[in-house]
Design a protein around this ligand. Structure first.
Ligand code: A2R
Length: 316
């Protein structure tokens, strides 16, 4: 049983998204029973709705709730979507984050802000070796540039007394992730093939790119472990990664080994990204040393969870 998290009022943005679905139960479990957790979504069916681009609403909500922890997950989170939708990505990830930063600085200047950034910020810096938190980011996509801008604007706009924790996770996946991301993109096709909804050919982009993959359940544990740490350090950045890379093709091999029917693989040029770096090695020594965290899920478990979820979704 971990120690309780030392916050009385917690506000989570983007709670209706993929990571929120795992983070919220973890927070509920680790906050004291009298702590308040408010987690608006953006979808119309959310219990409470929030659009970060509505500055007045954001300001009023933060002023009413007076959270001592804000976990900022809301984003346009897809690198691929950011290429064709740069303006929307900047509006959400930067203008929305600015609204939040201003509201927090004005109403709760000693609160902790945890920002879900991304190891995508390192971009071309991966080409010279593993990226640690001190590596100068060289982002290569609109998504990565907006995440970097978000980090910088939070550092500038929050009050000097606000604590800012920036998380830079590598690829993380699990049940419930959408098909804009590589593992569900493969798994969804395989589930459809198994259900006879697609011919037995899975279309793929680059299989040789080397990436660091984590289970979202391990990422959420890492976030909570950091949030439990000594609050006297006002500005900290943490990579969140396994420290190992493997070719994306290995994920596909695991899925094909789990598939119930024979499947061929075909390269699809539309799925290749101009900005792909050959290997993205992320050094998470700091996270391990500060918290003792290490990933618990084997990748094959994550892959199995994603495939089962896709099968359920397609009634296979
Ligand atoms: O687009 P929607 O309706 O699914 O809502 C998304 C929400 N969101 C917003 N919320 C409030 N105001 C906005 N203007 C706004 N735009 C988007 O953020 C969605 O519910 C959530 C993001 O969830 P996912 O796309 O599933 O991202 P995931 O994997 O949960 O990543 C969490 C964070 C993101 O900031 C990543 O860039 C980062 O972790 O690595």
């Amino acid at each position: 049983m971990p120690d309780m998290l030392p916050y009385r009022s917690v506000f989570v943005t983007g709670a209706g998204g993929f990571v929120g679905r795992y983070l919220l139960p973890a927070l509920r479990e680790q906050l004291t029973p009298d702590a308040r957790l408010v987690a608006p979504g953006r979808a119309a069916d959310a219990d409470m709705q929030l659009d970060l681009n509505d500055a007045a609403v954001v300001a009023r909500l933060i002023d009413d709730l007076r959270p001592d922890l804000i976990v900022h997950l809301a984003a346009q989170s897809s690198v691929g979507a950011s290429a064709g939708g740069a303006a929307e990505t900047w509006r959400t990830n930067v203008a929305g984050t600015l609204n939040l930063a201003q509201a927090v600085a004005a109403s709760v200047p000693t609160a902790t802000v945890a920002f879900a950034s991304s190891s995508e910020v390192y971009g071309a810096a991966f080409n010279v070796g593993p990226a640690g938190e001190g590596t100068l980011p060289l982002p290569m996509s609109p998504y990565a540039r907006t995440k970097r801008a978000g980090e910088e604007l939070l550092a500038d706009v929050l009050a000097p007394t606000n604590r800012l924790i920036v998380f830079r996770p590598g690829n993380h996946s699990g049940a419930g992730q959408d098909t804009r991301f590589v593992l569900p993109a493969f798994a969804d096709q395989i589930a459809k093939i198994e259900g006879g909804q697609l011919p037995p050919v899975v279309k793929v982009g680059s299989l040789t790119a080397m990436r660091d993959f984590l289970d979202v359940r391990d990422v959420v544990v890492a976030y909570c472990e950091v949030l439990r740490q000594d609050a006297s350090r006002l500005r900290e950045t943490f990579n969140v990664s396994s420290g190992d890379v493997l070719p994306i093709g290995n994920l596909l091999d695991m899925l094909l080994a789990m598939a119930r029917v024979p499947i061929r693989v075909e390269q699809d040029s539309a799925r290749l990204r101009a900005s792909d770096v050959p290997s993205a090695r992320i050094d998470a020594t700091k996270l391990r040393e500060w918290t003792g965290w290490h990933p618990r899920y084997a990748l094959v478990d994550t892959v199995g969870a994603v495939l089962d979820d896709c099968r359920r979704h397609h009634g296979v």
